[in-house]
Design a protein around this ligand. Structure first.
Ligand SMILES: [Zn+2]
Length: 89
């Protein structure tokens, strides 16, 4: 399904802030972009996920289990582990 522009309701490719390029340009020009605030992020920021991961690992969870519980891949978890080791060093 094609997304719908929040301003003109046309089914178009969206540019930013849920607006099509035409509407985004228009509102940027007229200074009314703040009428369309960007959507808040749905996921926790990476720093918070690293913290959660460190906590779970501290509780003795396996890396793969900790990764699954915070909703990241094991590859990402490995990066988090490296980041934590680096921070601790
Ligand atoms: Zn539009």
């Amino acid at each position: 399904m094609t997304p719908t522009c929040r301003a003109c309701d046309r089914h178009v490719g969206l540019h930013r802030r849920g607006l099509c390029r035409t509407c985004h340009n228009l509102h940027a020009k007229t200074g009314t972009l703040h009428w369309f605030p960007p959507k808040p992020r749905t996921s926790r920021p990476a720093a918070a996920r690293v913290q959660d991961f460190a906590e779970l690992r501290g509780q003795g969870e396996l890396r793969t289990v900790a990764a699954a519980r915070i909703g990241v891949s094991t590859r990402t978890a490995s990066r988090y582990a490296a980041r934590i080791r680096k921070a601790a060093a």
